[in-house]
Design a protein around this ligand. Sequence first.
Ligand SMILES: CCCCCCCC(=O)SCCNC(=O)CCNC(=O)[C@H](O)C(C)(C)COP(=O)(O)OP(=O)(O)OC[C@H]1O[C@@H](n2cnc3c(N)ncnc32)[C@H](O)[C@@H]1OP(=O)(O)O
Length: 231
Amino acid sequence: MGPRGGISRCPCGRKLLTVCLSRSIQAAGSQLGQSKDYALPNASWSQDMLDLYNRFLDMTKDGLWKRIPSYNNILDHIPESMKLTYEKRKDTRLFLRSIDAEGAGFEYVMFLNTSEKRVVCLFQPGSYLEGHPGFAHGGSIATIIDSTIGSCAISVAGKVMTANLSIDYVNPVPLGSVVLVDSKADKVEGRKVFLSCKMQSVDGNTLHAEATALFIQLDATKAQKQQASCQ
Ligand SMILES: CCCCCCCC(=O)SCCNC(=O)CCNC(=O)[C@H](O)C(C)(C)COP(=O)(O)OP(=O)(O)OC[C@H]1O[C@@H](n2cnc3c(N)ncnc32)[C@H](O)[C@@H]1OP(=O)(O)O
């Protein structure tokens, strides 16, 4: 099911309500000078994406799952304790949030389950992520996998970086379709976090990709040197 153009074309009352509500929240947020949270429904989200979003939102009610807000600056993403070592720059932007047009780039929202060391991402690739005609570029798939697994690694070990990411591309991902990226931390050994991930269709019948990753918790001294070298 592809992305839809506008709220007025929506056949379903619930979708209309969700979109209006999220817009009001965002408008209120921007009036207060807060950053825009992109991980909320917009008019480009397909019915599949909205249904899945509402299903996960229901699962947040008992506190086991948490929706992760998403901003266009990495410093608005990371925990407060990690922010202290970085200086906010106005000219940088989170790669996944670099396309402004709704529905054209990475439409996604992540949910975290801390006790299961798991992050699930609902992802709807837009038309500017094309590789082969009609399908998502492999680099965009790697990007959303790296970010989902990365968010999981951050929740487990704080300040980390990808050391290794290995992806098996099993079936192409149609643009505008919705896929679930399900990642979990399998093992922590000292500074090393080993994770795995599956990208599947909403009905679970199609496996699109499988990945494993190694994230390394940054050594405080080395991290300071890295930071100094890019300022
Ligand atoms: C929405 C927000 C989510 C964002 C998530 C996005 C994440 C990213 O994209 S990060 C960007 C891509 N990654 C990078 O640029 C990282 C570049 N690499 C580096 O900076 C460094 O190599 C780094 C930090 C990963 C590790 O360096 P360093 O801290 O010096 O680790 P080092 O001491 O060499 O190694 C630690 C351990 O890891 C192991 N290790 C390191 N790299 C690897 C590797 N590639 N494969 C296997 N093992 C490795 C070492 O063998 C060592 O093991 P042991 O302790 O058993 O001897």
